[in-house]
Write a protein that binds this ligand. Structure first.
Ligand code: AMP
Ligand code: MG
Length: 401
């Protein structure tokens, strides 16, 4: 079977994905990063009443016409209006109400004089500044009016959007449910962190990388597990996980060795193979299938290969499942600060740090089995197939991760 390009592989996966339609109502506290399932309209004006933007005096602009330091307007202070309390006093000619920021503006007043433009008087106040009608005056509904659409369906909720929902008086958000993912790592050599590292064994890092990255991308990891290089065991685990998950991700066992069991696992599961092998490095032997309507993405066990293909293949799937454009792969231009001297036969991804238009390749190997040099990296340089070598100062495409 000939290798697909990354775009072909992504296309074959994405055409099988339908956006999640199921919804749930959740507390605003838990809504960060979730996608709204409804348009949100304001039920009241914000602010609900005209309010003072300053600490000062609520006055009638007609009473302070021409006021200045040399010729102040003198007004009788008849009440105090504090935030959270409604003053029943009416401001009539020659009077002022001492007012605090956020307090409702009393009837009769049409502007606020900031206290720094007065003598801070208690019983009478001298005003040194003329203020026009509706200057220093917050109108009811100036943030938003009742009936206005405030948030569009399909929007990702950040802290500010959650604050807006709270300003509407809502305690809950109506959101799409999260995509459910199951993660299986395979390999007789794997032991879990915390267990003893016996000869021939290595710690399972993929389980942690894949599970935490999926969580960060907005998925709910409903199952995580590990099996040895046993096709029966792996098939049974996937069969079980498929009852719950929208997408199943495995690592290991996709190459051509005797213990590369995932090919047989697909046969045991009796599922449709979508493709095997993509013309990318790392992660060329990625194997993808459809099992009971769900995508089964089998990544290479090499930690860098798994991490890269999680970005290149799984992130776009999550983006489509949640309708989240912000998760789509974004390529930007950057100038290399260091060279990458290897020729690339297929499209190659190199771990790197991006900052201010420049991209730096870390010291250490870019090999697919090496994870440590990826520490702190925030992007992948995409080197097109056939590129002889990358020179310092060259402009390249990168994908932010
Ligand atoms: P495989 O894809 O099963 O041929 O594994 C390729 C390489 O990745 C081997 O050196 C494995 O030991 C290593 N590997 C496989 N799975 C994991 C894992 N979960 N965590 C860390 N390394 C792994
Ligand atoms: Mg293996």
């Amino acid at each position: 079977m000939s290798e697909l390009t990354l775009e072909q592989a992504q296309g074959l996966l994405l055409e099988r994905i339908k956006e999640i339609k199921e919804t749930e109502r959740i507390p605003l506290w838990d809504a960060i990063g979730r996608v709204t399932a409804e348009d949100i309209f304001a039920k009241h004006d914000q602010p609900p009443f005209p309010r003072s933007p300053l600490d000062g005096y609520a006055v009638r602009s007609g009473d302070i016409k021409g006021a200045s330091k040399g010729s102040p307007a003198r007004l009788t202070v008849i009440d105090e209006a504090d935030a959270g309390h409604v003053s029943k006093t009416k401001v009539v000619a020659g009077t002022a109400v001492r007012i605090m920021t956020g307090a409702p503006i009393p009837e009769g007043a049409d502007c606020i004089v900031g206290q720094e433009d007065t003598d801070y008087g208690e019983d009478t106040v001298e005003v040194y500044e003329k203020i026009s009608a509706y200057e220093n005056y917050c109108f009811a509904g100036e943030d938003y009016k009742a009936g206005t659409k405030i948030i569009d369906k399909g929007m990702k909720l950040g802290a500010v959007e959650i604050g807006i929902l709270a300003s509407l008086g809502l305690r809950e958000a109506y959101v799409l449910r999260k995509p459910r993912a199951a993660v299986l790592t395979t390999g007789d050599e794997l032991v879990l962190p915390g267990e003893e590292l016996k000869p021939g064994k290595i710690y399972d890092s993929n389980l942690y990388t894949v599970v935490t990255r999926l969580t960060a991308l907005g998925a709910e990891v409903v199952r995580k597990g590990r099996t040895g290089d046993s096709k029966e065991e792996a098939a049974a685990w996937i069969r079980d996980a498929g009852k719950e998950a929208d997408i199943i991700i495995t690592t290991g066992g996709v190459s051509v060795g005797k213990k590369d069991i995932m090919h047989d696992v697909l046969k045991l599961l009796n599922c449709e193979r979508i493709f095997w092998k993509i013309a990318v490095k790392p992660g060329m032997p990625t194997l993808c299938a459809q099992y009971e309507g769900k995508l089964l993405i089998c990544l290479s066990g090499n930690p860098f290969g798994a991490a890269v293909n999680l970005e290149l293949l799984v992130r776009p799937i999550l983006s489509k499942l949640m309708g989240r454009k912000d998760l789509e792969l974004k390529r930007i231009r950057a100038v290399t600060q260091s060279a990458f001297p290897k020729r690339s036969g297929v499209t190659r991804y190199v771990r790197a740090f991006y900052e201010d238009g420049s991209v730096r390749i870390p010291k250490g190997s870019n090999a697919s089995g090496i994870l440590s040099s990826m520490c702190g990296c925030n992007c992948l340089i995409e080197i097109p197939a056939g590129t002889p070598e990358l020179k310092k100062g060259e402009e390249v495409w990168i994908i932010l991760i």
